[in-house]
Ligand binder design. Structure first.
Ligand SMILES: C[S@@+](CC[C@H](N)C(=O)[O-])C[C@H]1O[C@@H](n2cnc3c(N)ncnc32)[C@H](O)[C@@H]1O
Length: 206
């Protein structure tokens, strides 16, 4: 099941890669907020799971972190590598639901605006893998859409879905992310709305 989903998502994001950063500009304001919430010490080992074109990974690298960004889509990773002019960051094609890293490899793990793109079974595996590769006491940060409550927010999500999100996205809006994080034994330390409440940053302690 996840192999079919991975193939579907790889193709979807390979096609999106050349134009992704135009859309990403709408999101980019929260990147420094994520870095600030993580408060990484110099040289911290940071994983950006489902890194896309690498903007969150590069925001950590600019703060002196040792960053690894992984993504299913080779085309997204190519764009990310092209922006890493100083070779500060390792960008790899890899599935975040089966990561090629030993346990406790990172001090901080982040995933932004990717969980909503996945089927539920893959989403659960990705979160499990983020816990596995993060050191005990380390930080896990999730950035993604908030569940829409008000009329305008629901309308925005409807329009977004109508404009052509992938087939897995609608189910995300019925998913209880905070319950899933608690089920993994993660302690939520801080939450911060982004994009006028359309999204949220959740900082957890492993
Ligand atoms: C909407 S983009 C977000 C990219 C980036 N994190 C950002 O904030 O701009 C979603 C990304 O998740 C990646 N992705 C989806 N499922 C994945 C998986 N199982 N493993 C690795 N990457 C995945 C896609 O290839 C795509 O690049």
């Amino acid at each position: 099941m996840n192999e079919d989903a991975a193939a579907y998502l790889r193709e979807w994001f390979d096609r999106m890669a050349p134009n992704y950063d135009r859309l990403e500009r709408l999101l980019s304001g929260f990147r420094p907020v994520v870095v600030e919430m993580a408060a990484p010490p110099q040289g911290a080992r940071v994983l950006d799971a489902a890194t896309g074109t690498g903007n969150q990974a590069l925001a950590f690298a600019r703060q002196g972190c040792k960053v690894t960004g992984i993504d299913l889509s080779e085309e997204m990773i190519k764009v990310a590598r092209g922006k890493d002019s100083h070779g500060m960051t390792v960008f790899l094609v890899a599935d975040a639901s089966a990561m090629p890293f030993p346990d406790d490899s990172f001090d901080i793990s982040v995933i932004s605006f990717a969980l909503h793109d996945m089927p539920g079974s893959m989403r659960a595996k990705v979160l499990e893998e983020m816990v596995r590769v993060t050191i005990p006491g380390g930080i896990i940060i999730i950035v993604d859409y908030e569940i829409p409550r008000g009329f305008m927010h629901k309308l925005f999500i409807r329009l977004m879905l109508a404009c052509g999100e992938n087939v897995y996205v609608p189910a995300y809006f019925r998913y209880d992310l905070e319950a899933a994080l608690a089920g993994l034994g993660l302690c939520i330390e801080e939450k911060c709305p982004v994009l006028r409440g359309v999204g949220r940053i959740i900082k957890c302690r492993r």
